[in-house]
Write a protein that binds this ligand. Structure first.
Ligand SMILES: [Zn+2]
Length: 407
């Protein structure tokens, strides 16, 4: 497997959902997503893998086991794969790299005549980014039973289309959404290969690494309320301007995260009435915070809330903070992680601040992640990158792991 082998298959996806920013628009159940799903079906067919779609719209291509007579085999599969969907104008690699690499790892094993004793299954999970319907890892969370299917059906995209409507338009049945304990019980292990979302591997001069844990993280809605008034006639002391409290909050989030050793970001904001010559009546923003452990995350949130509340008192504004999603720390299976790191000749072991389907499945099956070096360190943006040679090294590493776990 060399860089050119990787590039041949990789290029087949390049023209699905590109945007003029150089990034991709591959929202779940969109035309681009359906084209990716068609590509997945074609890959499964070309390899004689059995295609399955589960009740939550996740796709699987299954290489059935051929255990020698007398060999004990509980029939549980080794699952590998990732997601097709992107954030708005996301990079090419986040998600699709894990699916392309999984098909190429199957090719690699077949080329050497491997015969799996367990099924090897390539997976493509739906709506991992939450880029269209707002709930990240929706496909795997529905499967794991941690998202209510009724709530999921009613989720809307920015254009007002519900998930149920989007699925029906794509020929899928939203009434089937729900937990899939049999599929989880039939899985012996899950290994997700992913582009690294940072520069750790670049600094370590290593093409491939293994994940230790996913930092605890969450999203909070911030509501700042004040009084709309004229920008030209309202004296400064008479104003109740929520934009001031909001501005303070952005800086406070950054400061609390820096002092505690975590991360905090305000990347989304809406103002009402959003007029140049009017004091805002209301500002709504979303805080994303992450930390190495839950105590640090708590410290950031407590410091942030108390400082912003105090500032709101001085500004005469209202401030409310409400959690929209909170994900505890995910420690990947220690035995599996150590086994893979050793198998890969002492590959670096690193934590990540990003959520993944692997983080959801880790609560149910032994789960591991492989990372491929990203020299820019950029993620969720067009400059995300990996060399073909590193991607080929990722395929080799994934093939070694599948050989070890399934053959
Ligand atoms: Zn991803």
């Amino acid at each position: 497997m060399d860089g050119a082998d990787f590039r041949r298959l990789w290029d087949e996806l390049a023209n699905i959902g590109p945007a003029d920013t150089g990034g991709y628009l591959r929202f779940s159940w969109s035309d681009a997503d359906l084209a990716c799903r068609d590509w997945f079906r074609a890959q499964a067919a070309a390899r004689d893998l059995r295609l399955e779609t589960d009740r939550n719209g996740n796709l699987y291509a299954r290489w059935d086991a051929s255990p020698p007579p007398g060999e004990p085999n509980d029939g549980r599969a080794v699952l590998t794969g990732s997601h097709f969907d992107s954030v708005p104008h996301g990079g090419a690699y986040d998600g699709p790299l894990g699916i392309v690499s999984a098909f190429l790892a199957v090719d690699r094993l077949r080329a050497e005549g491997a015969e799996p004793k367990r099924p090897i299954v390539v997976a493509a999970f739906t709506e991992e980014e939450g880029g269209r319907f707002g709930v990240p890892c929706l496909g795997s969370r529905l499967m794991a039973g941690v998202v209510d299917p009724e709530r999921a059906r009613r989720l809307t995209d920015p254009g007002g289309t519900t998930l149920a409507e989007a699925m029906r338009a794509a020929g899928a049945d939203p009434d089937l959404l729900g937990p899939d304990p049999d599929r989880l019980a039939g899985t012996a292990a899950f290994v997700e290969l992913h582009i690294e979302q940072g520069r750790h591997l670049d600094e370590e001069d290593a093409p491939v690494g293994v994940a230790s844990a996913i930092w605890p993280h969450g999203r909070w809605r911030l509501d700042f309320t004040g009084e709309a008034d004229h920008a030209g006639t309202t004296r400064l002391p008479d104003r109740r301007d929520p934009m001031l409290t909001f501005a303070f909050a952005v800086l406070a989030a950054r400061k609390e995260a820096r002092l505690a050793g975590g991360l905090a970001t305000v990347g989304r904001v809406e103002a009402e009435p959003n007029a140049t010559n009017a004091i805002a009546a209301r500002v709504t923003a979303w805080l994303d915070a992450r930390a190495p452990d839950e105590a640090v995350l708590d410290e950031i949130l407590r410091g942030f809330e108390s400082k912003v509340s105090e500032r709101a008192g001085r500004d005469g504004t209202g401030f409310a903070i409400a959690p929209e999603s909170e994900t505890p720390i995910v420690e990947f299976d220690g035995a599996l992680r150590d086994r893979i790191a050793a198998l890969l000749g002492g590959a670096p072991v690193l934590p990540t601040g990003a959520g993944h389907d692997a983080g959801v499945l880790a609560a149910h099956v032994p789960t591991a992640m492989l990372f491929v070096r990203n020299p820019t360190g950029v993620s969720h943006a067009p400059r995300e990158s990996a060399t073909d040679e590193d991607c080929a090294a990722g395929v080799e590493a994934l093939a070694a792991v599948l050989r070890d776990l399934a053959c």
